[in-house]
Design a protein around this ligand. Structure first.
Ligand code: CUA
Length: 386
């Protein structure tokens, strides 16, 4: 019987391995430097439910592993010992069903209570709408009427990303923040409405412990009250394509007076519809390049296009302007202003050889287009052309 000592030895190895895993996991939990960011909102209940989940799953994790260790040692192979066949043990099954049910209810119930509160904002909450789009954030606040303008996908355009109904007077007063950074007042509940232009996104600022999916075709919502002044990073928490990791933004929490001053400076939808001032159109080439660089960042272009010549998902912008590109169909095209405009306006019309046809269609205003083109041109092969 040569097999016996090997089996006995294997039992010991597995038992020791399990004990190492259990002890290591517990030590890792208490000694790990990765701890949650300090809470910056009212949602301490989120942390409480996470702790409840951790304690319940932790107890079961330790208990089940130690039980397996015990059975490995207690019932290891012995000469003449046979396992008893017991197809039905109603007493044991009833107990296991009961304990499992209690455990699962204890895991789910606290979260349901918190969720019920999470989607029921206080009456005096400030309303903020967040619009997600591959791969950028935009924000909208109601004007003096306190009511957001009606929207419809039919009205979505470069200067109207929210699709605000031009016939609705409330809509003209809406404050539209065309940037990935938004400000909020300290200590006031905020009702957040979420929409998506294209695919699933998820608005998440970890210190607020608040997040929600953005689903194309519906408006989702939650609320929170910022309790700390500061600048908090917003992450997209749904894998939404190539630029997902770059879909970031900021929520700046200000004292209420400072927030009011910031809000006053933001353009209304009516202003965005007005033709741009001649001064802005005739911006100095240097300003345009700087604007274009900022846009490349906020619109997520940099997720796919490098500016240092290194390989990316899309062609690098270094030396692109002025170069002759070969298309997948063998045709060639010189990269000039018209080429860049066409590509941004209609990315799927042609495919550059060696690249996938995955460039998303962005809504860019003429002004933004000019700035982006100026920036790309400034990175071009020859001398930068204004
Ligand atoms: Cu949007 Cu990930």
């Amino acid at each position: 019987m040569a097999a016996r000592p090997v089996q006995g030895g294997l039992c010991m190895v597995m038992a020791i391995a399990l004990i190492v895993i259990v002890v290591g996991s517990v030590l890792f939990h208490f000694l790990s430097p990765w701890v949650a960011t300090p809470l910056a909102s009212n949602w301490h209940q989120m942390d409480a439910t996470l702790t409840i989940t951790l304690v319940i799953t932790g107890v079961f994790f330790i208990g089940i592993n130690l039980f397996v260790v015990w059975t490995l040692l207690r019932y290891r192979h012995k000469e003449g010992l046979r396992a008893a066949y017991e197809p039905n043990n109603h007493k044991l099954e009833r107990r296991l069903t009961l304990f499992t049910s209690i455990g699962i209810m204890a895991l789910l119930a606290p979260g349901l209570f918190v969720y019920a509160e999470y989607v029921e904002p206080p009456k005096d909450a400030l309303v903020m709408e967040v619009l997600g789009q591959q791969w950028q954030w935009r924000y909208r606040f109601p004007g003096p009427s306190g009511k957001l303008g009606l929207t419809d996908p039919r009205f979505v355009a470069g200067n109207n990303p929210f699709g605000i109904d031009p016939g609705d007077p409330n809509g003209r007063e809406d404050i539209v923040v065309n940037s990935n950074e938004v400000h909020l007042p300290l200590g006031r509940p905020v009702k957040v409405l979420l929409r998506s232009h294209d695919v699933l996104h998820d608005f998440f600022a970890p210190p607020f412990r608040a997040r929600m999916n953005m689903v194309p075709g519906m408006v989702t919502s939650f609320w929170f009250t910022p309790t700390q002044v500061g600048r908090f990073e917003v992450l997209c928490a749904q894998l939404c394509g190539m630029g997902h990791s770059n879909m970031r933004g900021y929520v700046v929490v200000d004292e209420p007076q400072k927030f009011a001053a910031w809000l006053k400076e933001q353009p209304t939808h009516a202003m965005a519809l007005a033709p741009p001032a001649a001064a802005a159109v005739a911006a100095a080439p240097g300003d345009r390049v700087a604007n274009g660089k900022a846009l490349a960042q906020s619109k997520g272009c940099v997720a796919c296009h490098t500016v240092d010549g290194s390989a990316g998902v899309g062609p690098t912008w270094k030396g692109l302007f002025g170069k002759t590109e070969t298309m997948a169909d063998g045709s060639t095209a010189k990269v000039d202003e018209a080429y860049i405009h066409d590509f941004i306006r209609n990315p799927s019309a042609r495919v550059v050889k060696g690249f996938q046809p995955i460039m998303p269609k962005l809504d860019v205003s003429d002004e933004e287009m000019a700035a982006l083109t100026a920036y790309i041109a400034s990175l071009g092969g020859g001398a930068a052309r204004p």
